[in-house]
Design a binder for this molecule. Structure first.
Ligand SMILES: [Zn+2]
Length: 162
């Protein structure tokens, strides 16, 4: 095992693929962002099965069947692709980086995420409390340092093992 892979497991994953496209003191809102940036988003009910979203590097397509939180997170995911210059489906390692980056764009403040864990009885409730979908809260957990993860587990209510 290389020293770098050990470090990757214990250190918080702060390295994001691309920086969040808004000022640090403004909360990132993907819908607000696409409006301001003039990025065209097509919400369609004819995307291939299993496709939540897609981008060609300029435009974004979203599946019309997504719930509000899923759409918010999928739009953010596609925005990370767009700003990273991706125009086609990426290898799994890159997709994982995109998922991690999107989780950090949506939930930059770990203290807020930990506070929300106190009110949650499940991953789903924790995600809802943070206004993201469940995969995104799981990726945000992966982006935590070991002490932060420990704090999240301690904060979580009985019956919920984060
Ligand atoms: Zn992707």
């Amino acid at each position: 095992m290389s020293p770098s892979s050990t470090a990757a497991r214990s250190a918080p994953a702060t390295s994001t693929l691309v920086p969040v496209p808004c000022a640090g003191d403004v909360r990132f809102d993907p819908w607000e962002h696409v409006r301001a940036a003039g990025i065209i988003v097509s919400v369609r009910d004819d995307l291939p099965n299993g496709f939540w979203g897609a981008t060609d590097g300029q435009h974004i397509w979203l599946n019309a069947r997504l719930g509000q939180l899923e759409a918010r997170c999928t739009l953010t995911h596609e925005l990370v692709h767009l700003y990273a210059g991706h125009s086609t489906r990426q290898p799994k390692a890159v997709e994982d980086q995109v998922r991690l980056t999107a989780a950090l764009w949506l939930l930059p403040d770990v203290e807020e995420v930990l506070e929300a864990a106190r009110w949650a009885r499940s991953w789903a409730e924790w995600a809802q409390e943070c206004s993201v979908d469940e995969p995104t809260i799981r990726w945000r957990m992966r982006a935590m340092s070991a002490p932060e993860r420990k704090a999240a587990r301690a904060a979580a209510r009985v019956g919920f093992s984060a």
